[in-house]
Design a protein around this ligand. Sequence first.
Ligand code: ADP
Ligand code: MG
Length: 287
Amino acid sequence: SVPMGYFAGIGRASRAGVLVKGGNYLEALCHAEIAVFDKTGTLTRGKFRVVKLAPVSVSDKELLEYAALVESLSSHPVARSIREAWGGSADTTRISEYTELPGKGVRARVDGQSVWAGTRILMEDLGLSVPGDDPGETVVHVAKGGAYLGGVFLRDTLKKDTAEALRALKSAGVRKTVMLTGDREEVAARIGKEAGIDEVVSGLLPIDKVSRIEVLLKETSPGRTLLYAGDGINDAPALRRADVGVAMGALGSDAAMEAADVVIMTDELSSLVSAMKIARSTRRIVQ
Ligand code: ADP
Ligand code: MG
């Protein structure tokens, strides 16, 4: 049975903008030792600015248009940002056979021709070579038919409370903070440094994030827990594997809300800190 005090704790947490799906998760929050984060939409705002277009055989405008069209059905933050930068409204009758390639990008037929948008690895899978690029940015590479069309360079920024919230988690007893991302190493290193994260692992496919969590679970002390926070786009399996899965509620996906044990309605990591403090004080009342 769940002690009565937990109901009060769940109520207090929900007033602070954090939905906790059971008293056992309040307890698990109290004992968080390793806190693992997805990058995009969790530590960062998930709103990218297009900083550069590098077309190879088309105009700037065509490159951005192909990117926006092939991304028209994706809910990934990168896709939303590209559509916003393009500014047009996609005629969906031009798009068919849409497929998501988790952690890599998307593919669809646009005007009857195959178009891909995604990572350098996706382009390599297609047998296309990609010119050297700006190491500091997230890049969405675009290909059409058998041809490389160019890269869209994007930049995201930390949420304004991220660094402070991570410091507060450390003072609240979290021993180690980790960032797991599918983005490239240089971008991951920059964001990790700005956030003050202890350990950064980049270039991960969704399945690799789960394997990393398995490794980190082995590093967790007896009686303590591993927390994973993500937006649920490509990371629902990681949310499920952690002792406590925390999803961003506002920007995040329905899949995330379902897979998670705790949902932060405000998308602010400072709310996670509040929930942890509430969990602690509830525990003192329960005991
Ligand atoms: P993250 O760890 O940043 O949440 P994901 O696992 O969602 O990363 O994706 C990893 C990388 O794959 C992204 O950084 C992006 O470069 C690329 N990617 C994922 N989805 C898309 C998409 N819809 N369009 C273009 N690129 C994508
Ligand atoms: Mg993600």
